[in-house]
Write a protein that binds this ligand. Sequence first.
Ligand code: KIV
Ligand code: ZN
Length: 510
Amino acid sequence: MTQPRRIIIFDTTLRDGEQSPGASMNLHEKIEIAQALQELGVDVVEAGFPIASPGDFAAVREIAATIHGTTVCGLARCNPDDINRAWEALKIAKHPRIHVFLATSAIHREFKLRMTCDEIIQRAVEGVTLAASYCDDIEFSPEDAVRTEHDFLCRVVEAAIQAGATTVNIPDTVGYATPTQMGATIAMLRNRVPNIDQAVISVHCHNDLGLAVANSLTAVENGAGQVECTINGIGERAGNCSLEEIVMAMRTRNDVYHCETGINTRRLVPTSRLVSGITGMQVQRNKAIVGRNAFAHEAGIHQDGILKERTTYEIMHPEDVGFSKTDLVLGKHSGRAALADRAKTLGYRLSGEQLQEVFEEFKRLADKKKEIYDGDIVALVEQQLHGVVQEHWKLVSFEITSRTGDVPHVRMTLRNGGQQVTEEVTAGDGPVDAAFRAVEKITGLGLVCKDYQVRSATIGRDAQGEASLEIEHAGQSYRGLGVSTDTIEATVKALLNAVNRIAASAGQAG
Ligand code: KIV
Ligand code: ZN
């Protein structure tokens, strides 16, 4: 029997994923995700685009300094300033990789770069040569490769490998490819580029037509040795190939793909939760592999079949992707150890201090709610891990009256350090608008609501509401997260969480 081929998993959640509108992350959050990716077993973490901003540079440098188990990659356009900056951020890494890209399609050559084919080849060779003078792991991407003429694509790829590229990545930048076309492009490169065996062929598919995973799979079938993907499929526009989907497709249909990866699949759900908690981009319920309903069997015939023989309707084990086996119910009398154990089973590693905070919230919740489900614990832990910023503004109390046909009235008291401020507002379209107005009045900040969602953490009328929102202040976006059995209180908490992020980013005390 032939050995399965080892496919390199290149995760770009922190670079292409961060390009999703509203998904920007701070330094601490990026490091947390990079650590989770390392634990997940990805081979390469693309940590950012160092020249893009001082924040991106700092994130790549910090990740390069702290993540030793995987290759750390930084993106650079094909020019000396970008490449030098990328190396500056990466040079401390144990396994650094510079990823250089340059557009090659006729559309990009003509309208964006205004360069001829020969000039593109020369620029690519110069960029790769410079990068290769710094380290021996160099990736080259002909941007918009899928829409590039085959003859020219072969020339660029050959020249980049000759100049020192060890990986050549074939991006479907605009998500235009079809599975057959993508497979044929990889096969064509393998047939026509004379030095192709000296580099790993990679694929980077966007999901504009919902084909990113399918396109990546046909690339693998035709010889690609690396797949670029993101957790939950986040990324520019419709996103990138979803890591969890491609990994589980290759694993579940090993009979077709004959491949393996280094991914610890049991970390898929916890990593997905971490990324959605940090980015505020919630995973749709029916999302393959990590969605809440991915293993929920509703139809009676299916439930009956599952009870008789699981494989009648289940092609993967939920535990294999990190869902816990039972939704064990905790309650008022459950102790800290039971909570810690449950949090661990759900994939969270809490410090003693974090556990204490979650435990206190858990006890408060247990006073209001008899049965505490996994979803409740996830909500409390997420709030602790991603909702916590220094609390400049803290909720003391609020009272909201909202009646059919009446303008709502709110009385709110917030504390800032030792000072307590109370304001009353009679205005707004409803209780949420009134709460926004009261917070604006007390804090003196103008807040534009860009996104607001409340969802129930578990089943039942007494379920906790998880409020998540995105607000804009002075041209910047800030996320907020709040949890409570009272959805208006969850909203106010989420709002204050966002306000505290504004205060933290301004470095102000009030
Ligand atoms: O989509 C794309 O072409 C990219 C490149 C930088 C690889 O993200
Ligand atoms: Zn991309």
